[in-house]
Design a binder for this molecule. Sequence first.
Ligand code: CA
Length: 521
Amino acid sequence: MSASSAPLAIQMHAGDNVAIIANDGGLPANTVLPSGLVLRDKVPQGHKVALLDIAQGQAILRYNVPVGYAKQDIAGGSWVHERLLDIPAARELQDLPMASVVQPQWEPLQGFTFEGFVNADGSVGTRNLLAITTTVQCVAGVVSVAVERIRKELLPHYPNVDGVVGLEHTYGCGVAIDAPGAEIPIRTLRNISLNPNFGGEVMVVSLGCEKLQPDRLLPAGSFPIQDLREPDAALDTVCLQHDSHVGFVSMIDDIVARAKPHLERLNARRRQTVPASALVVGVQCGGSDAFSGVTANPAVGYMADLLVRAGATILFSENTEVRDAVEQLTSRAATPAVAQRIIDELGWYDQYLDRGRADRTANTTPGNKAGGLSNIAEKAMGSIIKSGSAAISHVLSPGNKLKSDQKGLVFAATPASDFICGTLQLAAGMNLHVFTTGRGTPYGLAECPVVKVATRTDLATRWHDLMDMNAGRIADGQITIEEAGWELFHLLLDVASGRKTWAEKWKLHNALVLFNPAPIT
Ligand code: CA
């Protein structure tokens, strides 16, 4: 049965008093649903219909959780749009359930492998990239010219190297570099330079007079992969203001020449069979709609549980999208100490939003609302499903890097902004990225493959050469959430082994965007 044929309303939980209309284009008034309910209004696709009469002040239940309170009486069969709802109050960060959920007892998943690039510190890359770290935005233009020359002139001689990436950003000078909070962008840049997809080859381009000096960005001993190989290696830095550079071309020549030994070492590497436990998968969503929490995100959640069973690491993030479901997180923490770390991170973020005179209603976009998501409470319930059902084993502060023994489900606290979340997950050590979208976004990263999952068949069909998987088939009744989760799990192993994503084929690269809570000067 296809979504566009028979009327289809999806109820997430038996206790819900609303369901989501699945049909393409929505359904007109007077349509009779399979339950016999008659629609009083035209209801757009992805939007909610009242399954019974709801009195003013009563909770609107989706996922058996209040996503709002009725501002007026709502008759069964009515379109329940955002203007009819009051948003539920934010959950206080006190008296939360701490590590109260009994942890699932799962059979370990064994025997699943992929072909990856093993690094000296035991981490594994899914791509073999030369990354050029920059200390300051001033050098970005020069680095991009040099990267283009390396791509054209050098890469054809190093066929085992997948590409060269300039780690460009807007930080480095004109910033209050000693202010509280400045450590976040600095450690983010440091840890991105050490991402497993770069093979431990650290190479830096600096201007010379900037606040973020190379030895502050990467102090001696902070690049462990390279240290293991060459314990006495100095940081390989090209300084544009150095006296030896006479003119622009000499700068470019210098960067290109310095890249060669790195490329030679990277080129000598080969993919090896490694267990699936070497995967560090960052999950996030962007351009969400009401189907995100029905199709793509539950499939990602099932896949996340499979990866945890296989011994891998899952990073889930997006503070403002989990804040309204905080008690789900604290109760699922593996220990009370992990639960407290979740509270500390979200409490810090509440204060950060307060300082900017923003609150949680700042999340949800016009597109979210047009897609049927009334408010952040509803969006949060659909977003958090991406984390599956495993116990939360660790919590990472923004910009910090996972330690090698930090496996399982990890809450990496980040803003929900797609670019900042992706950037911080790269710093955490992500070697593969899963991105779900309902409204549609052509998101991609140069540093790491991004597997995009569409929430609706309509989007997957129109964007057939941008979406890597169509989870809309769940709403169409073609596959189950479990089948979609397994399909995604196998797709991830293929992509980790070198199969290109659509974003890689088209070379779609969004900018790195640093999270800088400190002042600009
Ligand atoms: Ca996001």
